[in-house]
Design a protein around this ligand. Structure first.
Ligand code: SF4
Ligand code: SF4
Length: 117
């Protein structure tokens, strides 16, 4: 593994690490932004499970009888989970984990919230 690959992995890991407090802080201090962005979101969850292993695999994540990722804490999830993804930055984060199986949610069909960061 060369230096640039290592640096890229470190950068991606730091980005994913920052994603958790970013979502927490936005949910806490900018609920209007989150609400407005969610109102513009389209699609549905495809249960790929990528958002349950952004930094490490969540301890509540398991495979159900159909082999799909499921949540042992579904009814008690915090806003970071229940509102994921709430903007294109979240999509970009989960794409670092599962670039070949897109999230079922998206923005941009109405021309807004497409700013990948
Ligand atoms: S990344 Fe998207 S499609 Fe996959 S489990 Fe999370 S919300 Fe659902
Ligand atoms: S609490 Fe549930 S929804 Fe949230 S990361 Fe863990 S398994 Fe996924």
């Amino acid at each position: 593994m060369n230096v640039s690959t290592i640096m890229l992995r470190i950068r991606n890991k730091l980005r994913l690490l920052w994603g958790t407090p970013r979502r927490f802080l936005l949910n806490l201090f900018r609920p209007g932004y989150v609400r407005e962005s969610l109102a513009q979101r389209s699609g549905e969850c495809l249960r790929c499970g990528a958002c349950c292993r952004l930094v490490v695999k969540c301890i509540f994540c398991f495979k159900d009888k159909a082999g799909l990722p499921a949540c042992r804490s579904y009814n008690f999830r915090n806003a970071n989970c229940s509102k994921f993804p709430f903007d294109s930055r979240d999509i970009a984060d989960r794409d670092l984990i599962a670039p070949h199986s897109p999230c079922g949610y998206s923005w941009g069909r109405k021309g807004k919230k497409t700013n990948k960061s």
